[in-house]
Design a protein around this ligand. Structure first.
Ligand SMILES: NC(=O)c1ccc[n+]([C@@H]2O[C@H](COP(=O)([O-])OP(=O)(O)OC[C@H]3O[C@@H](n4cnc5c(N)ncnc54)[C@H](OP(=O)(O)O)[C@@H]3O)[C@@H](O)[C@H]2O)c1
Length: 284
């Protein structure tokens, strides 16, 4: 297989890139904050000095960056001619179309592959990738995605994978925010939170994500898996896409307000279950 590049070694990107290198991929990586590349160097990846160097060395380049502005910054100096750019971060469908045009103008190929799943599935190589692009390009990208994902689901042309990702976000975020509200309600009624966790775990309500988030809510462990600031960005993307399409998203609007309060209270870099603080603040 061709040399693979990976740009953006944050909460998600670092474990994803580690899974690639552990699967034997010839990997070249770059991250703006250099220290985050050290675990990759130790695992056997080549650490590039600049993002542009990644594009020089690799044929397929994965971008797992915070937002579209970060992708713009990375692509600014990149020679994409003959390269396949795989955009895995969550951005608006409009920004993805814009990035595709820029990559095509530079002589490259563009594939969207946003993922469902946060830090723990990323560590386990159990993400679900939603993929959009030309069929040939998707064929090229599949073996690159395989070590990071348990499912690779083709959604159609760009930007349908990102629009699909926004749809899945509505369900995922409302289920976790429901859990946060349930724990808040139980705590304020002096119920035993470990018992609530056991009931959720043993019932029809349980899910992979409830089993990850419930212990955090019992222990008030807000260490990051999916960051509150990132969730606020995601909710803004859903709200924007809904406005464009004239679609009602009342749950998204409520969650957006709560997540804004969470970030304003200073919990933006914590896990988004820190929305519990915003509920407690409202009740104080
Ligand atoms: N966390 C989740 O649960 C989750 C799940 C699914 C999808 N996503 C999406 O995946 C993407 C990455 O998420 P994450 O949680 O890994 O975010 P993160 O921990 O904040 O990492 C963001 C990455 O982007 C880089 N970056 C930011 N601005 C940059 C710039 N101007 N130039 C170059 N690099 C820049 C950061 O570099 P530094 O290290 O230098 O800051 C870091 O490598 C986001 O689009 C997010 O919405 C996240």
């Amino acid at each position: 297989m061709t040399t693979v590049g990976f740009v953006g070694l944050g909460t998600m990107g670092q474990p994803m890139a580690l899974n690639l290198v552990r699967a034997g991929t010839d990997l070249v990586v770059w991250n703006r904050t250099a220290s985050r590349a050290e675990p990759l160097r130790e695992a056997g990846a080549h650490v590039a000095a600049t993002a542009a160097e990644v594009f020089t060395r690799a044929g397929v380049i994965v971008l797992m960056l915070a937002n579209a502005a970060a992708a713009d910054a990375v692509l600014e100096d990149a020679d994409v001619a003959g390269r396949t750019v795989v955009h895995m971060g969550t951005i608006s469908p409009e920004d993805s179309l814009r990035l595709r045009s820029a990559v095509h103008a530079g002589g490259g190929t563009y594939v969207e592959a946003p993922v469902s799943g946060s830090r723990v599935p990323a560590e386990k190589g159990e993400l679900v990738a939603m993929v959009a692009g030309e069929p040939d390009a998707i064929g090229t990208v599949r073996p690159v995605l395989a070590p990071m994902c348990r499912e690779i689901i083709v959604c159609g042309p760009v930007p349908d994978a990102l629009t699909m990702k926004l749809a899945t976000n509505i369900f995922m975020l409302s289920s976790v925010m429901g859990l946060v509200e349930a724990f808040h309600f139980a705590a304020r009624n002096n119920l035993d939170l470990a018992t609530l966790r056991a009931i959720v775990d043993d019932s029809q309500m349980t899910s992979d994500i409830s089993r990850v988030k419930s212990p955090k809510l019992v222990d008030r462990d807000f260490s990051i898996q999916g960051g509150a600031a990132d969730v606020l960005k995601n909710l803004s993307l859903v709200a924007g896409a809904a406005r464009t399409a004239g679609v009602s998203v009342p749950l998204t609007e409520t969650m957006h307000r709560l997540m804004e309060e969470t970030v304003v209270l200073g919990h933006g870099s914590q896990d988004f279950t820190a929305a519990l603080h915003a509920l407690e603040f409202r009740d104080a």
